[in-house]
Design a protein around this ligand. Sequence first.
Ligand SMILES: Nc1ncnc2c1ncn2[C@@H]1O[C@H](COP(=O)(O)OP(=O)(O)OP(=O)(O)O)[C@@H](O)[C@H]1O
Length: 827
Amino acid sequence: MVTAGAAPRAPTRPTSPRRAPAAGTSTGPEYPISREAGDRPTARQRELAREQRYVSTLYARLDELRERTQRRLDEVLAQGATGTHQNRSERDTFAAMYAGRLASLWAVENGLCFGRIDLAPDEHDTATGERNGTGTPGAGRERTLYIGRIGLSDDDQRRLLVDWRAPAAQPFYRATPAAPMGLRRRRHLRTRGRRVVGIDDDLLDPDTLTDADHATLSGEAALLASLAARRTGRMRDIVATIQAEQDRIIRDDLNGVLVVEGGPGTGKTVVALHRAAYLLYTHRERLERRGVLIVGPNPTFLRYIEQVLPSLGETDVLLSTIGELYPGVRAEAAEEPRAAALKGEARMAEVIAAAVRDWQRMPDGPVEIPLGRHTLRLDRRSLEAARQRALRSRRPHNQARAVLVRHLLTVLARQAARRLGKGLIDETELEDLREELRTEPAVRAALNRLWPYLTPQRLLISLYTSPERMARAGLAPAERDLLLRDRPRPGEPYWTEADVPLLDEAAELLGEIDEAVLRATALAEEEAAAARAARDEDERQRLAYAQEVLELTGMAEMIDAGRFAARHQGDEPYLTTAERAAADRTWAFGHVIVDEAQELSEMAWRMVMRRCPTRSMTIVGDLAQTGSSAGARSWADVLDPYTAGRRRERRLTLNYRTPAEIMAVAADVLALVGPGLRAPESVRETGAVPWAVRLDDLSGLPEIVNAEIVTDGRLGVIVPHSRAAEIGALVAAKVEGAVAGPGAEALDAPVAVLTVTAAKGLEFDVVIVVEPGLILTESPRGPSDLYVALTRATGGLGVVHTGPLPPALARLRPREAPAGRSGPARR
Ligand SMILES: Nc1ncnc2c1ncn2[C@@H]1O[C@H](COP(=O)(O)OP(=O)(O)OP(=O)(O)O)[C@@H](O)[C@H]1O
């Protein structure tokens, strides 16, 4: 997995996941008849032992493949760094291939096999389109296929395990009693490490139930156990429990724009990630070459989801925020939401274009160039003619400069010839004179002033620091005030997330500058300092990554991290597609997935669409959760300009995260977002009633947080933006292990204090929302923000407030404040 703006991270060796206690039966919309397991323990144990034998065979095969791959890798590396360039590059390619394969084989250790389907006699061919399965062979008899994270076969090409993405596995996710797709039974295998610890069966043809079948019936147990499991701070894959409505989206066609809408917790993110894995599996060749990009709302969210794809065996996908999509720029500065909203408006494209044109204006009077005893002169007409030629070339600014320069050098050369007393000169003499003049410092300086080389950074800095330039680019006085800034100061972050699409837009209009020219025109001080800082950080991360990969693949003793990292850096076949794409602004991806897509501004969409000219995209979001004032109000508004109205829309309707008790509260807030909006239906209840505590002041908050901490789980304290620093400091000081603010640390901490923006897309076992009244009123999208905050919990929800409780939260059950903290709870 590669994260943009940072060096790629190595897939990590999975650790043992936390397992949920078995859950009881419930009736879900897509699930067939079910009964509680365990009433015939002996039959059940026999079944467990049978499955254990099979699963052990699979792990033995996995071990064998790992050993084999490791041996091949060792052989390639043992050849050493000798031979021709071609030999070396072939060896590197093989080494990369084996190292990648090895990483994938390690990544599937946990939950290697999680399911099995039994096909009714003679039905298997039509149901699966597959020639063979495993288990009992022979025509006219029941066939069994085991489903797992990857496909495995033995040395005679007999299939042992079917990859969950293969067509043969589809009935495992889609079959229902009404449409059994040839299945008699679907079995979920629960494993701990390599041990099979549980079996849950869905019988799709109840008429054929045998006595032994009764022992393992349990229906939705696998799903409910997974939903009730404690959160670890990292998203897990759901490969064992994908639901039918989700599976249809995961396996949807690669081409065209697919929009997936759904309320909070409906699995949009997790489905999008499984779709990426499915598409890579099904269209491997196309997508491996062009790559897959996943855009997420913030770096913390990307850390939250980054393990999902490696756990599905896919490590070569680029994860990026909008702010990280411009190579070499770190968008780390904060800015006022109003400024960000303005920068996000589509008309900024015209502003940037006007800002470029502003640099292409010619002076009103003539330009005089002293040259020894003579002075050459470019009059207004020649200047304008040169400019028109450059514009007519339709090349980007930095390339069109060559057209203008050539024209003006010709004018100057003719003039110089006349001054030197030469009459008509031929083409060769003219060329010689042009080249001579080109190297004259005075000529170069004059041409540079007329049409300078521009980097996107220089263009934007010159715009933001000059009200005159902003006015000429079409910005109104109030808008200029909003955007006006000082020049960058060394060591201080300058670029904001909303600047990135503008830099990208500018880069399109300006075009590349020759490397040599860039060096010669010496970057501005601050740009050079920023570039150096970025390079040092990249270097540090690259080394850390290299070390991780080497350890993972057992190569650490054969090659040092520095050399490995250097090889990654160069233009070597060793670079993965995602790594190459991350470094190339103009890379066109084979498929782009945008998560929390409602947050993207119009300018951000322009940038994302440039990365995906084929428009093979999955767009995932919920308009009711839009928090950014630059975000979307309708999909048609943001997508029609690029898709000509052609897009497929799918809806997810069930909420797997938030229990019904919490959704009832959230639904009242959703009504404030828009009348008629419907919250998704929760698949479970917990019996825990959401509560509210009123305090006189927030000094009592840490005590409440301490009382709610979940053993081995995660608690999120969600706070208003304007009070984030103060409340974060208070909780971090008084609650052990609490972390204030976003970042990987917040994900790993037992308690994280976050704003709604930072908590977007995340989830916690328990959530405490602080000062909901302020969250509602402090931004124009306040109701959406509060809706997002309330729907982050998988278990408990509490609200702590000092002012009156907003009427929309009337369903919360009032709770006593801790003794001495305030009087009795009141509304
Ligand atoms: N089929 C499933 N099996 C097990 N868990 C699931 C399933 N579908 C979703 N979940 C779980 O539900 C939770 C919510 O999923 P996810 O974060 O993808 O939802 P979302 O629609 O993106 O939510 P939001 O819009 O609020 O960010 C996650 O913990 C996810 O693992």
